[in-house]
Structure formats: structure tokens, C-alpha cells
Design a protein around this ligand. Structure first.
Ligand SMILES: Nc1nc2c(ncn2[C@@H]2O[C@H](COP(=O)(O)OP(=O)(O)OP(=O)(O)O)[C@@H](O)[C@H]2O)c(=O)[nH]1
Length: 309
């Protein structure tokens, strides 16, 4: 689609478009919010913290505006090299954005990571908004206190109180964002909801299933790559993915007794990938040991992260 066609697609009115960076502690609900606003599952949602590693964009249309959300990895105190890369990527995303949106888990408040994030935000020059999430779990007077404390630390343009889970407050937030973005042609065709290549999205889905099943045994020492993607004449697709782990012992865990774990992961992932693609999927999972992948610059690049020196 050319810029001209895109302008016409929005009914001839002047279009707006831009990038909104989502910043927030792990588990604040960033993925849930992006999925709600975009209306499709583009970003991985899981109970486990630190599941979002690379920036995944969800694209929403609201009135004449196209809003591109950059779902950033959770910002927290970095310990390992991989963790440091995640933090750097998250702040890097904020610098490219037109609006920076801080999402706070209202139940958890400003304790711990949120405090460190507020400090970091003071250095970010773009317009910033505060979004208190999970308001379905917190009393209104607590929310007001929280809003006052956060606004004292950072100069936010606006404060919103929402529930990403049930959608309350989300329309007001979208109205605001649509008006806050600069005038200009849309960045993406109207029907595109994510620029994450399907291969990567399919790998993210398998990683999510792996986490959901094995999170206690296999914390963060695993990574999934889609190695083959073959469209077949019968309309189905054959996908081969490799789950990389760091040690032989982890390989055993990923396979499970009699291959039971990998079978369950594969079934769940296949079902979801097939739903998204709207075509039958044959999914083949392999588990390989690759020692110290967590220190390998190439792996970082594949995940869309900068390698911290
Ligand atoms: N009650 C309630 N729960 C929510 C709400 N929004 C998100 N959650 C839950 O909070 C948990 C974390 O949500 P995610 O969307 O995965 O959080 P995230 O910020 O993307 O997490 P990371 O990827 O770890 O950075 C999930 O169990 C969500 O269902 C909300 O508005 N209300």
C-alpha cells in the first residue's frame, strides 16, 4: 500500500501514526494490554515473569490513527548478561517512541522495580503517561494515593486507571494516544497487526508452552528457534523448531519421561500456531544442547537484543 492509498483508507482525514513504548516491571500486564488494544494475540502472555525478551510490536487502529506498541522486556535489576541486554533494549525502545507509557501493577504499587523504573524515566525526554493497571483488584482510594506518589516522582502528562484484563478504561487511553501521535501516513498496511515474522511468532508460542509446563525446572536456560517452514500443497505447513538448552540434564527435563513433556508442549503449540495461521500445522520439535548460549552474541541478535559488552 502506498502512503496515498493509506490516507484514503482512513476516509481522507489527516492520518496520525507513531510509536508508543510500554515500560513496566515484569508482570505489570504489558503483554495483556497490547493484546487487548490490538485485539489479537501478538505478544506472549504468561504468569511467569521475564517472558518477554525482545521488542514485539502490536499495531492498533483507532479512528484515523495507527498506534504501534513496542512491548518492551520487563525492566528490573539486571544480574546476568542476558538480563542486562533486556534492560538496555527496553530503555532503547523508549528513546525511539513518540509517547512513553509506564504501566504499573496497582496491586504491587511502587515497591521494588517500579521505583527503579521511575528513576530511569526521569531521563526520558518524550511525553510520558502513567497507566495504573489491574484496577479490578484495588480500592479507589489506594489508586489515588498511588497516582499521587508516582506523579510526584515523574512529570506525567496524564494518568489513566485501567484493567487490561476486563478492558475498563482502555477506550479513554486509546482516545488519548490517538490524539497524542504526530500527523503523518501510517507505517503499516491497515490489516497488519504485528511486524514480527511468523517464524519468530511461532517460536515465541512454543517458548510460552515450554515455560508454562516446565518453568520450575527450566527457568531461563532455554531458547526456541524456528529452523524450517515449509508450505505444503495440501494447504498445511510443516514447521521444525529447535529448543536449545544449556546442559544435557536440561535436555532430559525438556523431553520428559518417555517424551511426555515435549509431546504436551508440541500439541499445545501446534494448536495455537494453527489457530493463528488458520491452516493445519505439522510441528516437529527437537531439543539440542548448546552450552553457554546465554553468552553468545549471535543468539542475542536473533532475539533482537543488543549484546552488552
Ligand atoms: N486482575 C488483573 N490481572 C491482570 C491484568 N492485566 C494483566 N493481568 C495478569 O497479570 C499477569 C502478567 O501479565 P503479562 O501481560 O504477562 O505481564 P507483562 O508485563 O507482559 O510481563 P513480562 O512479560 O514478564 O514483562 C497475567 O497473569 C495477567 O493475566 C488486570 O487488569 N487485572
Amino acid at each position: 500500500m502506498t502512503d496515498k492509498e493509506i490516507d484514503t483508507a482512513a476516509g481522507g482525514a489527516q492520518t496520525r501514526s507513531g510509536f508508543v513504548a510500554l515500560i513496566g516491571a515484569t508482570n505489570a500486564g504489558k503483554s495483556t494490554l497490547v493484546n487487548r488494544l490490538v485485539g489479537a494475540k501478538v505478544s506472549i502472555v504468561s504468569h511467569k515473569v521475564q517472558t518477554t525478551r525482545a521488542i514485539i510490536r502490536g499495531i492498533a487502529i483507532h479512528g484515523n490513527a495507527q498506534i504501534v506498541f513496542m512491548d518492551t522486556p520487563g525492566i528490573f535489576k539486571p544480574r546476568r548478561r542476558l538480563d542486562r541486554a533486556m534492560v538496555t533494549t527496553a530503555w532503547g525502545g523508549a528513546k525511539d517512541a513518540d509517547v512513553v507509557m509506564l504501566l504499573i501493577d496497582s496491586e504491587r504499587g511502587l515497591k521494588g522495580d517500579a521505583e527503579a523504573i521511575l528513576e530511569g524515566l526521569k531521563e526520558v525526554p518524550q511525553p510520558k503517561i502513567l497507566v495504573l493497571n489491574k484496577v479490578d483488584r484495588v480500592r479507589p482510594e489506594e489508586l489515588l494515593k498511588l497516582a499521587a506518589a508516582a506523579n510526584e516522582a515523574v512529570a506525567f502528562e496524564r494518568t489513566f486507571m485501567i484493567s487490561a484484563l476486563n478492558g475498563s478504561g482502555c477506550d479513554d487511553l486509546m482516545d488519548y494516544l490517538a490524539k497524542a501521535l504526530p500527523e503523518g501516513p501510517w507505517y503499516y498496511p491497515e490489516d497488519q497487526i504485528s511486524d514480527l515474522p511468523m517464524r519468530q511468532l511461532a517460536a515465541e508460542i512454543t517458548r510460552e508452552k515450554l515455560f508454562l509446563r516446565l518453568h520450575q525446572e527450566l527457568p531461563y536456560a532455554s531458547h526456541v528457534e524456528t529452523e524450517k517452514w515449509e508450505e505444503r500443497k495440501d494447504g498445511s505447513v510443516r514447521i521444525e523448531q529447535v529448543i536449545y538448552v544449556e546442559r544435557e540434564s536440561q535436555k532430559k527435563i525438556a523431553l520428559g519421561k518417555g517424551g511426555e513433556a515435549i509431546k504436551a508442549i508440541s500439541t499445545a503449540a501446534r494448536k495455537e500456531i494453527s489457530e493463528i495461521l488458520e491452516q493445519p500445522v505439522h510441528l516437529f520439535l527437537f531439543v539440542k544442547v548448546r552450552e553457554n548460549w546465554g553468552d553468545d552474541p549471535e543468539r542475542f541478535r536473533e532475539m533482537g537484543l543488543d549484546f552488552p559488552r
